[in-house]
Design a protein. Structure first.
Length: 584
C-alpha cells in the first residue's frame, strides 16, 4: 500500500514538478531570441500599421494656459508653460471624457487597416490613465470619470482582433524625486508595469519613452527589459527601454521621420503625428492628407518598417473627426491593396527608378505607382522571368507590360491602366521565382554619378552602421545626427561610370565646444582625411574641401565616412559628401 502510495506520490510529485517547470518555462522568456526572426515578433512584422494614442490630462488645456496659446506639442504643456504640479493636478477634476467609447476607437483603428494600438498608460506628466494601487493620481481616483479606459480598450481591442499595447514614460514630472533619489521611483515604476502586465490581458508592445533622463542608463534598461519580459514572455519592447541605441530592446523607433532605407539588422517602426502634435491641441489644424499618409505607409513598408500613426483624442474622449476621416481613407486603400503591405518584405531597390515604391512577397513584386510617367514605368535590372502583371484593383483596368533587353540588362516596362489610383496603383508582377535585382545594372544604387561626373552623396541615402547615429529630417534637419559614438559610420554604394580623380567636399554642422573629430572618407583602398570644426550650431552647416580621392574603376564602389576620433559629445551632423571630378 505504502509502496503504491509512494509510487503514486512520486508520480504525483513528478507530475506536479513537470507542470511547475512547464509553467516556469512558460514564465522564463528567451531573452536571446532574435527579434528579426523570433515567433514572438511575427505578428509585428506582419502588422505593419498601428495606431498611437496620446491621451491624458493635457487634453483638458489642449494647448492653452491662462488664456495663452502655449507653443510645442500638446502633451508637453506642463513643461512648456511651467505649470507647477499642484496647479496641473487641478485638471484631473475637469477630466470627464463622457463621450469616450472604446469600441468606437477600436472601430476607427480597424477601419484604417491598423493591426495594433499603443496608448499612453502614463505620459511624462505622471498622470495614470489606468487604475493603480500605487497612486491616487489616476483616472479612476482623481477624476469624475472614475472608469478605467485601459480595461475597456483592452476588451474592445480583443474583440476587434487588434493587439493592445502600452506606451509608458520613464520620465515623470509628477515625481521630481526621480532626479534626486531614483530608487523609490524605480520601484514605483516597476510596480505599475506589473499592474499593466498582469491586469489587462496579453500586451503586444511596451513602448517606453522619456528614457533620456540622467538617472536612466542602459543597464537599468536591460534589467527592465528582462523584468517585463518575465511578466509577459511574448512581449515586444522598443529601444527606448534603454537609451534608444541599436543594442536596446527589440526595435528602433525613428520619430517624425522615415529612414532613408532599412535599418541594418533591426526591426523598426516610424512613429508620426497626423498633424503636428501628439496630445490634442485645439489650435493644431495642420493635418496630413490621406494620400500623404498612405504613401508614407508604402514608403515605410518598402524599407521593411512599421508605421505607428498617432491620434490625440479630446478631453471628452473623442478622436478628432479630421483624424477619423483620413484614417478611413487610408483603410479604404488598404482594403484593395493591403496584400502589398501586410507582411510584405522590403523592396529590392534602395533607390526607386520611378515615382513610387516596391514591396515583395514570395514570387510577387508589388509595384506601387504614385505617378505614371509618359511611356510607362521602367524597372531596370530585374532578374528572372515574369509570368504576369496586373493591378490588385481590378477596377483600374489592365496593365500592359513588356520585359525589354537594354544592353546586358532587362527592363520591365509597365503601362498605366485606364483608371490609375490617386493614392497609388499597385501592380502585382508575378515572377517564376522570388524577384531579384542586379543592383549595379538597376541604376537603383543610393549613390549615382551625374553626367558631369559629379558624385553627390546625401545623408538621406546613406547606409548607417552602428548603434546611435541615424538619419533625421523635419524642422530643417536633413542629416545624419545622434552621432555620439565614433564607432558609428556611414556609406554609400555608388554606380561609377566615369572613374578619375575627385575633389572631396563634406557638408556638416557641429555645435560650439564639440568640434575636433577627425575622420576619413574612403573609396575602395583610397582615403582622404578631414577634421570637424565647430560651426556654431547643429543646424549651421558648412562645407569643407578636404582633399582628393582617385576612383580607378567603373561599377559598384563603396564610399564611406568613418570617424577616427571624437573629443566632443558628438562627431557632427553630416548633410552631404560630394565628389567633384578634377581635370588632371
Ligand atoms: O516627449 C515625447 C513626446 O511627448 C511624444 O510622446 C513622442 C512620441 O514618440 N516621444 C517623446 C519625444 O521623443
Amino acid at each position: 500500500m505504502c509502496k503504491t502510495v509512494a509510487l503514486a506520490g512520486v508520480s504525483f510529485l513528478a507530475g506536479a514538478m513537470a507542470l511547475a517547470s512547464a509553467a516556469l518555462a512558460a514564465e522564463t522568456p528567451d531573452l536571446k531570441d532574435d527579434p528579426l526572426t523570433s515567433p514572438r515578433t511575427a505578428w509585428f512584422r506582419e502588422a505593419k500599421f498601428g495606431m498611437f494614442i496620446h491621451w491624458g490630462l493635457y487634453a483638458v488645456p489642449a494647448g492653452v494656459y491662462k488664456g495663452k496659446e502655449i507653443g510645442g506639442i500638446g502633451e508637453w504643456i506642463m513643461n512648456n508653460a511651467k505649470i507647477p504640479i499642484p496647479e496641473y493636478e487641478k485638471y484631473a477634476a475637469e477630466f470627464n471624457p463622457v463621450k469616450f467609447d472604446a469600441r468606437e476607437w477600436a472601430r476607427v483603428a480597424k477601419a484604417a487597416g491598423m493591426r495594433y494600438m499603443v496608448i499612453t498608460s502614463k505620459h511624462h506628466d505622471g498622470f495614470c490613465m489606468f487604475d493603480s494601487k500605487l497612486t491616487d493620481y489616476s483616472i479612476t481616483k482623481a477624476t469624475p470619470f472614475k472608469r478605467d479606459p485601459m480595461k475597456e480598450l483592452a476588451a474592445a481591442c480583443k474583440d476587434a482582433g487588434l493587439k493592445f499595447c502600452f506606451y509608458h514614460s520613464i520620465m515623470d514630472w509628477h515625481r521630481p524625486d526621480q532626479n534626486t533619489n531614483f530608487t523609490p521611483y524605480h520601484e514605483y515604476m516597476k510596480g505599475q508595469l506589473k499592474e499593466l502586465l498582469t491586469q489587462y490581458g496579453p500586451i503586444g508592445i511596451l513602448w517606453f519613452d522619456g528614457q533620456w533622463i540622467g538617472p536612466w542608463d542602459r543597464k537599468k534598461g536591460e534589467d527592465l527589459y528582462a523584468y517585463v519580459r518575465g511578466l509577459q514572455p511574448g512581449l515586444i519592447v522598443n529601444n527606448r527601454v534603454g537609451k534608444s541605441t541599436r543594442q536596446d530592446g527589440d526595435y528602433e523607433t525613428p520619430e517624425q521621420n522615415i529612414p532613408a532605407g532599412a535599418i541594418q539588422g533591426r526591426l523598426w517602426e516610424t512613429c508620426m503625428t497626423l498633424n503636428d502634435t501628439w496630445g490634442f491641441k485645439t489650435s493644431d489644424h495642420h493635418w496630413k492628407s490621406a494620400a500623404d499618409l498612405a504613401r508614407k505607409l508604402i514608403d515605410i513598408a518598402s524599407k521593411g518598417g512599421n508605421f505607428l500613426l498617432n491620434v490625440g483624442p479630446t478631453a471628452e474622449g473623442v478622436i478628432p473627426p479630421e483624424s477619423v476621416e483620413r484614417l478611413a481613407a487610408v483603410g479604404q486603400w488598404l482594403k484593395t491593396n493591403g496584400d502589398a503591405v501586410y507582411g510584405a518584405a522590403l523592396s529590392p531597390y534602395r533607390k526607386h527608378p520611378f515615382d513610387g515604391r516596391c514591396t515583395v512577397k514570395g514570387n510577387t513584386l508589388y509595384v506601387h505607382v504614385f505617378k505614371w510617367p509618359e511611356g510607362g514605368v521602367n524597372l531596370p535590372g530585374l532578374l528572372g522571368e515574369v509570368k504576369d502583371a496586373a493591378p490588385l484593383d481590378k477596377a483600374a483596368g489592365a496593365v500592359k507590360w513588356e520585359m525589354k533587353k537594354e544592353g546586358e540588362r532587362q527592363v520591365l516596362v509597365l503601362q498605366a491602366p485606364e483608371k490609375p489610383d490617386a493614392i497609388a496603383t499597385v501592380v502585382a508582377v508575378t515572377f517564376k521565382a522570388p524577384p531579384a535585382l542586379d543592383e549595379a545594372a538597376s541604376g537603383g544604387l543610393p549613390g549615382r554619378q551625374a553626367a558631369d561626373g559629379t558624385i553627390a552623396l546625401r545623408a538621406a541615402d546613406a547606409a548607417v552602421h552602428g548603434d546611435t547615429a541615424q538619419y533625421e529630417s523635419g524642422d530643417g534637419k536633413d542629416n545624419i545626427g545622434f552621432w555620439t559614438r565614433k564607432e558609428d559610420w556611414v556609406s554609400w554604394d555608388v554606380a561609377v561610370t566615369k572613374p578619375g580623380t575627385f575633389a572631396v567636399e563634406v557638408t556638416y554642422a557641429c555645435a560650439d565646444g564639440t568640434g575636433g573629430s577627425e575622420y576619413v572618407v574612403s573609396a575602395g583602398d583610397q582615403q582622404v582625411a578631414g577634421k570637424v570644426e565647430a560651426t556654431g550650431g547643429w543646424a549651421s552647416f558648412r562645407t569643407d574641401k578636404i582633399g582628393r580621392l582617385a576612383i580607378g574603376k567603373t561599377g559598384k564602389v563603396a564610399i564611406a565616412l568613418k570617424p577616427k576620433t571624437k573629443p566632443g559629445f558628438a562627431v557632427m551632423n553630416l548633410k552631404a559628401v560630394d565628389l567633384k571630378p578634377v581635370k588632371e
